[in-house]
Ligand binder design. Structure first.
Ligand SMILES: *[C@@H]1O[C@H](CO)[C@@H](O)[C@H](O)[C@H]1NC(C)=O
Ligand SMILES: *[C@@H]1O[C@H](CO)[C@@H](O)[C@H](O)[C@H]1NC(C)=O
Ligand SMILES: *[C@@H]1O[C@H](CO)[C@@H](O)[C@H](O)[C@H]1NC(C)=O
Length: 265
């Protein structure tokens, strides 16, 4: 009888949707290296399914699903969102692990995957027919429904803007406009933004122009971490799993250095 009771409780726990909700929400935007290709040796090859401990599931790390519900986060974090590409390990999970390791009282983290592989900055412009901007704002909005606060936007994009000279030349002003629009549409003028400066690109000259734009952008409450020199997959475009773990840690340490993100919540 007692065992039966336990069994029923167990069933109920499984069937009843758990009310998961995060305290600290992070938006993840950009292209493939934010979506994660670690362990995918060539574009749209097979993911090797190797998940490092820094990216393993943890009950204190949630993700907003495609249908905008909170679930325990797991790699590939962007599988449902960047659905036309093979996703692997990205920076989001190691970012969350590192924040929790450095600040164990931080509270439950909610990651909002929004990155889409192969996108140029113009594909992210407000009003673009791709709908990527709209989706990011809608998912950010939905992420707040169960409480919690958006703490930062993590952004890693620009490789696709190293193919044509005009894209590289206009990158800085387009990026600035994008960040300004996101802050305005989220009613969060001081939204902290941490972006990653490119490790890779299609054309070296143009990559350096995009990197200069990223490293030189003048916006308040914005930090840039640099992925230059980190190991790449065989495609020479995508960060390896080990590199993604490093980027995640760099993003976390940058976040924790913001004057009022950690201590003064
Ligand atoms: C944000 O969510 C609220 C409901 O939670 C909804 O009424 C509103 O239209 C949403 N706005 C956007 C831009 O999605
Ligand atoms: C890279 O871009 C520059 C500037 O557009 C161009 O002059 C150069 O030929 C390109 N390099 C390659 C290898 O395509
Ligand atoms: C950080 O502090 C400044 C000044 O007190 C405030 O305006 C801003 O909203 C804060 N940012 C966050 C993300 O709390």
């Amino acid at each position: 009888m007692f065992l039966f009771f336990i069994f029923v409780c167990f069933l109920a726990a499984c069937v009843e949707p758990q009310e998961l909700s995060p305290e600290n929400i992070f938006l993840l935007g950009g292209q493939s290296n934010m979506a994660g290709r670690g362990g995918v040796p060539k574009v749209n090859g097979h993911w090797n399914k190797k998940v490092p401990t820094e990216s393993s599931p943890n009950p204190s790390i949630l993700q907003l699903s495609l249908h905008k519900t909170w679930v325990v986060a797991h790699e590939p974090l962007h599988e449902e969102i960047d659905k036309y590409k093979t996703c692997g390990v990205g920076p989001g999970m190691p970012f969350a692990h590192e924040v929790l390791a450095k600040d164990p009282n931080f509270g439950v983290i909610g990651l909002v995957p929004c990155a889409i592989g192969g996108t140029k900055i113009t594909d992210w412009a407000k009003g673009s027919s791709t709908g990527h901007y709209k989706q990011l704002v809608e998912r950010a909005n939905a992420s707040l429904k169960s409480g919690g606060k958006i703490k930062a936007l993590l952004w890693y994009q620009g490789e696709s803007d190293t193919q044509q000279q005009t894209d590289a030349r206009f990158y800085k002003r387009r990026l600035k406009r994008l960040f300004t629009n996101i802050r305005a549409d989220l009613n969060s003028p001081n939204l902290q933004i941490i972006q990653v400066a490119l490790a890779s690109g299609y054309n070296n000259t143009l990559k350096e122009i995009v990197r200069a734009a990223q490293l030189g952008i003048d916006l308040p409450d914005l930090q840039t971490v640099d992925a230059k020199g980190l190991p790449l997959e065989q495609d020479h475009l995508h960060l390896s799993t080990a590199a993604q773990v490093q980027v995640g840690k760099m993003l976390a340490n940058a976040f924790l250095q913001f004057p009022n993100c950690s201590g003064l919540r």
